[in-house]
Design a protein around this ligand. Structure first.
Ligand SMILES: [Zn+2]
Length: 152
């Protein structure tokens, strides 16, 4: 399977876990092992749990680390429907994620190329490979639909 098809398949999985509660912004994340097997998945649970750090990426990284049995996620891929924020970009670098695949760009808070580029700062010794804009339209539509309904 070519890389683009693999990324799109993973992104569809991330989209499917995006909505966990009706008040949470619909973001979904999946962590795949080096062999492409799914280690963990999570949606944004900030409102559900009242936890400011309960972004989909952080929860998926925690669950993946628990599944693997250590914090180091060498060779793993993080797939997320929205460009990660500074916290999540920092967390995935700390977890040594090898590849980041994200959906919609987030020009207001994105830290993987939009507002900042935390994951490819040349001063860091770990810099993952990045693929942005995968299923951009579907991921963006999910967000736009959420805010349209919420603000209606
Ligand atoms: Zn985040």
């Amino acid at each position: 399977m070519i890389r683009r098809e693999r990324h799109e398949r993973w992104m569809r999985r991330a989209l499917s876990v995006a909505s966990t509660s009706p008040r949470d912004v619909p973001v979904g994340a999946v962590v795949l092992g080096p062999d492409g097997a799914e280690l963990a998945a999570a949606g944004n649970e900030r409102e559900l749990t009242g936890d400011p750090t309960a972004h989909a990426e952080v929860l998926a990284l925690r669950r993946a680390a628990a599944a693997v049995g250590e914090w180091r996620l060498d060779g793993c891929t993080l797939v997320v429907t929205l460009e990660p924020c500074t916290m999540c970009a920092g967390a995935l670098v700390l977890a040594r994620i090898a590849t980041v695949v994200f959906g919609a760009w987030e020009p207001k808070t994105g830290a993987v190329g939009s507002l900042w580029d935390v994951v490819r700062d040349p001063r860091l010794n770990h810099r993952p490979e990045v693929y942005g804009g995968v299923l951009d339209d579907e991921c963006g539509d999910l967000m736009r639909g959420f805010f349209r309904d919420r603000d209606a």
